[in-house]
Design a protein around this ligand. Structure first.
Ligand SMILES: Nc1ncnc2c1ncn2[C@@H]1O[C@H](COP(=O)(O)OP(=O)(O)O)[C@@H](O)[C@H]1O
Ligand SMILES: [Mg+2]
Length: 293
């Protein structure tokens, strides 16, 4: 796939900030404000997502996780604040900037959001048709087949309608579509919600495998503690209309905040932690360059 004219994100050499030696974030949010009428969802939210990491995003229901994602990908214009994603301003309406973000991000929405009247193959081809209209049909078909297989589905899923698939297969089909344009940055909104524990663990494993094989950065909204412990490099906690902490799970477990304590040190948190060493899917820390930097 041809990349947009601007680089997807800075190369390691470019992204080194020569003064501080720190790595440039792939997503940088500062002072974000989102309101719906009287309701203030975000009030001065800051967040950095680093290249090559799986960042878990957690918070109680209705704390604004999905609204944050929509703001970052430019589907919602925030009321205030700055968002830079892949080197461009997420609020920009300039066609080149919109195209740059669209081509370099894949999104699996909370409800899957597949077109119900299209087959899986046709769904996966939607972004290819939109962004690469000159591709011959046969090549588009081959690419869709490749993505479907990459997402762990059998080739025969290509000709099925979303309604003919199980919940887990629908998530995989959504993932195949999100990966259609080979984006370096992937957004997953509650990908394991509604899956049974085995299906959820399999999806986690797929996410980790693809992230490592393709070098993805993943913004992963979840309330699934098993997912956090199995695959996330760092976790951002949304509470009190802000990101109150971004840290490793070991660090978060120590944080003195009522929601964090209840979530991580309640019975479910303890159970997830005790099973974590078995499930931890990678000894490799793909974000390790940031520590070396
Ligand atoms: N389009 C909208 N219009 C009005 N309120 C909204 C809209 N989208 C989200 N909200 C409200 O913003 C809050 C945060 O929503 P959301 O980001 O979806 O929460 P979650 O953290 O569960 O993903 C919720 O109270 C929700 O009702
Ligand atoms: Mg949500």
């Amino acid at each position: 796939m041809t990349a947009a004219s601007t680089p997807a994100f800075a190369t390691p050499a470019q992204s080194q900030d020569s003064e501080s030696g720190s790595v440039q974030p792939i997503i940088r949010v500062r002072g974000l404000v989102n309101r719906f009428g009287e309701q203030v969802v975000h009030d001065g939210l800051d967040l950095d997502v680093l290249p090559g990491e799986i960042l878990g995003v957690v918070g109680g229901s209705g704390t604004g996780k999905s609204v944050l994602m929509r703001s970052i990908i430019g589907l919602r214009t925030p009321d205030a604040g700055e968002i830079e994603v892949l080197g461009v301003d997420a609020r920009s309406q300039a066609p080149d900037d919109r195209l740059h973000i669209e081509r370099n991000t894949g999104v699996l929405f909370q409800d899957g959001a597949l077109f119900s009247s299209l087959t899986v193959g046709e769904n996966v081809q939607v972004p290819l048709r939109e962004h690469h209209p000159d591709l011959p049909d046969s090549l588009r078909y081959e690419l869709a087949l490749l993505k479907v297989k990459l997402a762990g589905l059998e080739a025969d899923a290509l000709n099925k309608l979303p309604s003919q698939l199980s919940g887990g297969m629908r998530k995989r089909a959504g993932l195949a579509r999100a990966l259609a344009l080979d984006p370096p940055l992937l957004f997953l909104d509650e990908p394991t919600a509604g899956l049974d524990p085995i299906g959820a663990a399999a999806f986690d494993k797929l996410t980790r495998t693809l992230q490592q094989a393709l070098g993805l950065t993943v913004f992963l909204i979840t309330h699934d503690l098993d997912t956090l412990y199995a695959i996330c490099d760092r976790v951002a906690v949304i509470a009190d209309r802000k990101v109150i902490a971004v840290a490793t799970l070991a660090e978060l477990e120590q944080l003195d905040h009522p929601w964090v304590q209840e979530y991580f040190n309640g019975p479910r948190g303890r159970a997830a932690r005790s099973g974590a060493s078995d499930r931890r899917m990678s000894a490799v820390n793909p974000g390790s360059t940031r520590e070396e930097a």
